[in-house]
Design a protein around this ligand. Sequence first.
Ligand SMILES: Cc1cc2nc3c(=O)[nH]c(=O)nc-3n(C[C@H](O)[C@H](O)[C@H](O)COP(=O)(O)O)c2cc1C
Length: 390
Amino acid sequence: MALFHDPFGPSPPMSTEDYTKLAKRKLPTMTWPYLSSGADDLVTIRDNREGFRKWRLRVRTLTGANKPELKTNFCRTKLALPLALAPTGMVGLAHWTGDVAVSKAAELSGTRHVLSTAASYSIEEVAEATELDHWFQLYPFGDRDKATELMNRAASAGYTALFVTVDVPILGNREAERRSGMTIPAEFRLGSILEAGLHPAWWWNLLVHRRTAPIHYVAGRRSAVAGAIEAVRAQQRYMQGDLNWDDVAWMRDHWKGPFYVKGIMDADDAAKAVDEIGADGVVVSNHGGRQLDSCQGAIDALPAIVDRVGNRCEVLLDGGVRRGSDVIIALALGAKGVFIGRPYVHALAVGGEKAVRHVIDIFREELHRNLILMGCPSVAALDRSWLIPA
Ligand SMILES: Cc1cc2nc3c(=O)[nH]c(=O)nc-3n(C[C@H](O)[C@H](O)[C@H](O)COP(=O)(O)O)c2cc1C
C-alpha cells in the first residue's frame, strides 16, 4: 500500500530525481513550493538545468584509466569529491533532524556542509553534533551587531570558511510559495489542515521538535507559529536592501579564515570581490533560481567568470547540479568544485541523514563511472578540452 511504501524497499531511489519525486509525495503539499520551486516563471531554474545540455563530454578510449581520482581541495579543506552541500534555510521543514543530519551526512561522506544563517539548528548545536569543521553562510545584515555576533559565534564554534550571500537584497517573487500559504508567518488554509491527515508523522515532528523557524533570528525554541512570526520581524529588522561592497569589505576584515562571496553572476563583480575585497573565491550562483528570474543560468555564467578571475581565486558553482556529468562539465569549464541544494534537501525529507549520504554516494558513483568512460584519470585533469559544444 502506498501509505506504507518503504523508500529503501524493493525499489530504492537511484538518482537525485528519484529523491525529488519521493519527497514530493512524502511532504505536505504546502511545504513543497518552498523546498523546490523558485521565482516568477521559473525561467532561471530551467536555464540552470538546460545550461548543462549545451555541452557534451569528450571520450578518449583505451586509456587504461580505471581508478579515477576524485579527491580535491577547496576552502582550504581536503574533500573526497569536488562536491559540497549548499546552505539552505529552514530545512527542519523537510525533516525534523534538519541541519544536524545534513552536516553529519556531509562529513561522513568526506565533504562539508555550509550552515545557513536561516538554519533550523544553531551554529553551536551543529558544531557539537559533528566531528569536523564545517562552513558558515552569512546574510549580510545591515545590523552590524547581529552580523558580528553570528561571525564571532561561528568562529568560536570552529567553522572555518565564511560564505556571504549577496543575492538577497530583497526576497525574490516566489509565487508558488505565496499561493501555498507557506509564507512567513505561515497561513494555515483549510485545505492544508485537511491534507495534514495524510502526513501525521511530519506534523507530529513539527509540533514536538519545533524545528521550522530560522533559529538564529528567534530567541529560543518558540512554538512553530510564534517562532515564525518573530522570525519575520527579525528578518525585516536585519535585512537591508542598500548593502554595498563596503559592507562586504567590513565582513572580510572581520573574518580571519577563508572568505567567499556567494551569488556572483558577473565577471566584473567577481573581479571586485577578489581584487578589491580580498575574497578567497566566489560562488557563481543565482540562488537556485529563487531570486531574480530570467537571469542567466549559473553554468552559462561560469566561463566568463573563470576567464576573469580563475587564475587567482577559487571559482565554485551551484544551481541545477543533478548528475555526476554536471559536476564534470562545471569542473571542465573551470570550477574548482560545486554545491548542491535541492537534491540533498529532498533526500533529507525522504530518509534523513542516511538518504543525504546516499545522494552524495550517487554523485560519487556517477563521477567515478563517467570519468572511466571518458578515459579521464582525475577530476584535476578536467579542462575545456574535455568538452564539446552540443
Ligand atoms: C530550500 C532552500 C533554501 C535555501 N536557503 C538558502 C539560504 O539560507 N542561504 C543561501 O545562501 N542560499 C540558500 N539557498 C540557495 C542554495 O544555497 C543554492 O544556491 C541553491 O539551492 C543551488 O541550486 P540547486 O538547488 O539547484 O542545487 C536555498 C535553496 C533552497 C532550495
